[in-house]
Design a protein around this ligand. Structure first.
Ligand SMILES: [Mg+2]
Length: 375
């Protein structure tokens, strides 16, 4: 079997969902998705596909590494080039699964678990009172989720945008949002809080310590993950679990975070940071440090299902994100209209490949402006 074409399409999703279809001379094709590569990822795929036409699509890891290493001066360590390659990687796994008539999780070593726990990313904001927060939490509970995440940063409009010291007012607002959410959630639902790297060291330590009695599932990226010493200092200073990694790439990007035990939880974004093989390796590295794996996820059902094939095959999987609570785009753009999330869990598809197909007629209604459609 030889690769004959690699084509892209893009829809407006969380920023942009970039679709990749790999076609072969035997008529079998695979669909992949990548996120947060920007429009430049399209141009990158159109450039790197010339390396892959005529090649054996089953040699997924070798093709990935060959293209990456031949582009080390053009972004082969991190960023859009890795994300573009990731979209191709997902499509190659889908294609290989279809060709071998096996679901991707079987090709990755088989399942540790049959159901993948999902947490809901929720929108609460500092202007809400307890009854409004409770309404959001009840909506999550009604759908059967056992975990949720709230954003707590950005509550002080008068703040100097370049200085990340939290004012007393901002700290109070963050704690109040956490307090309202935890009390609305009760014992039935785990709560994580995200500050999107927007604190400095003293503010991060102060917040993490003040959160301790809420027993959060985690506090996410109190500071950027680029300074391992700083992240480790925060993690060591508190019993609140610290989680990071949604903007890191490849196992190289996670190595120090994991081996220096600078975080309590890691959250690679699988359809962004290197794909299924790479994230399985990241999870396996984290596992020998007893660090749980909780992927960040803003992908469509296809990228999410691909991620769930990885989550099924690693021992230390904790929970994966769902980012589409308030938007109906989610279930409409795949051919199965049924929501893949049932009672807060996703069952990895037993069909060959990733197990879901794009409904192009519907998806095209969301075509990203200025992009081509599977060209
Ligand atoms: Mg985050």
């Amino acid at each position: 079997m030889k690769i004959t074409a690699i084509k892209t399409a893009a829809t407006s999703g969380h920023g942009m969902h970039l679709w990749v279809r790999v076609e072969t001379d035997e008529g079998i094709s695979g669909i992949g998705e990548c996120v947060h590569g920007g429009v430049q990822a399209i141009a990158i795929i159109h450039e790197i596909r010339h390396h892959l036409i005529g090649r054996d699509p089953f040699r997924i890891d070798a093709l990935f590494e060959e293209v990456r290493r031949s582009h080390v001066f053009d972004g082969g360590f991190a960023g859009a080039l890795i994300t573009a390659l990731t979209g191709i990687e997902l499509a190659l796994w889908d294609l290989k699964g279809k060709a071998m008539r096996a679901p991707v999780y079987e090709l990755l070593g088989g399942k540790f678990r049959d159901k993948i726990r999902v947490y809901a990313d929720c929108q609460v904001d500092p202007g809400m009172d307890l009854s409004e927060v409770k309404q959001v939490v009840d909506g999550v509970l009604e759908r059967g989720f056992t975990a949720l995440k709230i954003d707590v940063d950005g509550g002080d409009p008068h703040k100097d945008p370049f200085n990340y010291t939290a004012s007393e007012r901002e700290q109070d607002q963050m704690l109040q949002l956490i307090d309202m959410t935890v009390s609305a959630a009760g014992k039935d639902i785990a709560v994580a809080a995200d500050v999107h790297t927007r604190l400095d060291m003293p503010s991060a330590i102060r917040l993490a310590k003040a959160c301790e009695h809420y027993q959060l599932m985690w506090l996410e990226e109190p500071v950027p993950p680029e300074n391992i010493d700083a992240m480790r200092e925060i993690t060591r200073s508190t019993t609140t679990p610290i989680c990071a990694g949604e903007n890191l790439y490849l196992r190289h990007g996670f190595r120090d975070l994991i081996t220096r035990q600078a975080v309590d939880v890691i959250m690679p974004d699988i359809p962004k940071c290197g794909g299924l093989s790479e994230c399985r390796k990241i999870a396996n590295l984290a596992e020998i440090y007893y660090i749980p794996f909780a992927p960040h996820n803003v992908a469509s059902p296809i990228g999410t299902m691909a991620s769930c094939h990885v989550c099924a095959t690693v021992p230390n999987f904790l929970v994966i994100e769902f980012h589409w609570l308030q938007r109906d785009y989610w279930s409409t753009i795949i051919t199965d209209k049924e929501d893949i999330i049932k009672h807060g869990y996703i069952t990895p598809s037993d069909r060959p490949g990733i197990g879901l197909e794009l409904d192009e007629t519907v998806a095209r209604q969301y075509q990203y402006p200025g992009t081509t459609w599977f060209e």
